[in-house]
Design a protein around this ligand. Structure first.
Ligand code: GUN
Ligand code: ZN
Length: 445
């Protein structure tokens, strides 16, 4: 039986031993980004990695009373980071038959109204965090609903689990049902109060969250930019250029703007820590602006396929002259899986359809360090290195009979990682560590 554990604040120093694999640089730009310790050791103090290397070379550093978790059969890697997900859409995964705007009107805006009820929001937040941990996801950048209570439910649960999480209240003051709308002033005031309450408390980060250009007036987008200036270090989270009908709509709503991205650019929303979901149809000039402003794209392949939005060109996004920061997103509930392994699998197929073989090291990077860089958190999370927080996942290469059979044939680490990405999902997640403590164990021990 899977088991979830509460954070153990009394946990002393300890260590984790096994086959350690991590990506410590951007493999789209640098070779030798992958680091491997075949029989490695991670020493953890106060939730932070203080040493990592080969066990044989490090065992003398271990204090006699240090507890060592040994995973002789797994692959230990950095916890997965989901750069775009809607916890309030957990209940509408797999909603049939619509593309973006119809999907929003038919399913999403109906589902999000339920989050006016705090008890309901609390219950869904619990399901959501259980799913993150069971899928090896240790950090996520999350849309909440328009209601401040839905943000409280989110950060209360994040705090209980001691997870490094980012989220925010959706800002939308037009083009949605009456009950889901705020105003420029109330959206600003509510966001400000939530930032004061949650940002920087424990491991929580607030994200100023205008839903997308069609549901905010110019005024509201500018108020969002004011919040970002007033609270440096807060993130910005929105959607951009996901669907061709959406792009045409933005053009008609903002006729003076020079394209979709320019709506956000003119409002002052583009900066490091700004994460824009999708960007499937960005022009070369828009990609350059994302690069220049230090903003990031969250690539959400399961969602882009499910809603028929289009194919993201990851090799264009990560070109050598003006690479954008790119992370992976599940985009639940338009996305179809909480698993970043499944998301890698679909990212591979999307890249294949535009003639680019996306290799496993690049996929693992996108799901870990690339996502941390997109959120501006690469000094804290995203790889297994000294000084980073010990948010880790242990992957079981023998999780199913077929995976065990296939893993027995692999000849290289890259091949093993590719097999895990292609065939893996939550069944592969053996253990998830948060700040060095076991938070989830698939087998309950
Ligand atoms: N664009 C605006 N809102 C949404 C949303 O909730 N999901 C997706 N995928 N795209 C959006
Ligand atoms: Zn989304």
């Amino acid at each position: 039986m899977p088991h979830y554990y509460s954070p153990d604040s009394a946990a002393g120093d300890h260590a984790i031993r096994g086959h350690i694999v991590t990506v410590k640089a951007d493999p789209f730009l640098f070779s030798d980004a992958l680091v491997e310790y075949n029989d490695g050791l991670i020493i953890i103090e106060g939730g932070v990695i203080t040493a990592v290397g080969e066990y044989a070379e490090m065992k003398d550093k271990l204090q006699p009373d240090t507890h060592v978790d040994h995973h002789p059969d797994g692959i230990i890697t950095a916890g997965f980071i989901d750069t775009h997900v809607h916890y309030v859409q957990t209940g509408i995964i797999a909603a049939f038959g619509a593309q973006l705007i119809d999907w929003l009107n038919t399913y999403t805006f109906v589902a999000e109204q339920k989050f006016a009820d705090k008890a309901y929001a609390d219950a869904v937040a619990k399901v959501f965090f259980d799913q993150l941990l069971a899928n090896g996801t240790t950090t996520a950048l999350t849309f909440c609903a328009v209601y401040p209570d839905s943000v409280d439910a989110f950060f209360e649960e994040a705090s209980r689990r001691n997870m490094r999480m980012a989220g925010g209240k959706v800002l939308m003051n037009r083009n949605a049902p009456e009950h889901l709308l705020d105003t420029t002033q109330s959206g600003y005031d509510d966001s400000k109060a939530l930032i004061e309450k949650w940002h920087g408390k424990g491991r929580n980060h607030y994200a100023v969250t205008p839903r997308f250009a069609p549901t905010s007036t110019q005024d509201q987008l500018e108020a969002a930019a004011t919040l970002l200036r007033e609270y440096p270090g807060t993130l910005m989270h929105t959607h951009v250029s996901e669907n061709l009908g959406e792009i045409a709509w933005v053009k008609s709503l903002f006729p003076d703007a020079n394209g979709y991205l320019d709506v956000y650019d003119r409002a002052g929303l583009l900066q490091p820590g700004a994460v824009l979901a999708h960007g499937v149809h960005l022009t070369a000039h828009e990609r350059l602006r994302v690069h220049e402003t230090g903003s990031a794209i969250s690539h959400c392949p399961t969602s882009n396929l499910f809603l028929g939005s289009g194919l993201f060109h990851v090799h264009q996004a990560k070109n050598h002259t003006h690479p954008m920061k790119v992370g992976l997103g599940t985009d639940i509930g338009a996305g179809t899986s909480f698993s970043l392994l499944s998301t890698m699998n679909e990212a591979y197929k999307v890249a294949q359809l535009v003639q680019y073989p996306l290799d496993a090291v690049k996929m693992l990077y996108l799901a870990t360090l690339g996502s941390a860089e997109a959120m501006g958190l690469e000094d804290k999370i995203g790889s297994i290195e000294v000084g980073k927080e010990a948010d880790l996942v242990v992957l079981d290469t023998k999780a199913t009979p077929l995976l065990e059979f296939r893993s027995a044939q692999v000849e290289t680490l890259e091949e093993q990682l590719f097999v895990l990405a292609t065939m893996g999902d939550d069944r592969v997640i053996h253990t998830t560590y948060i700040a060095g403590n076991v938070a989830y164990s698939r087998d309950g021990h």
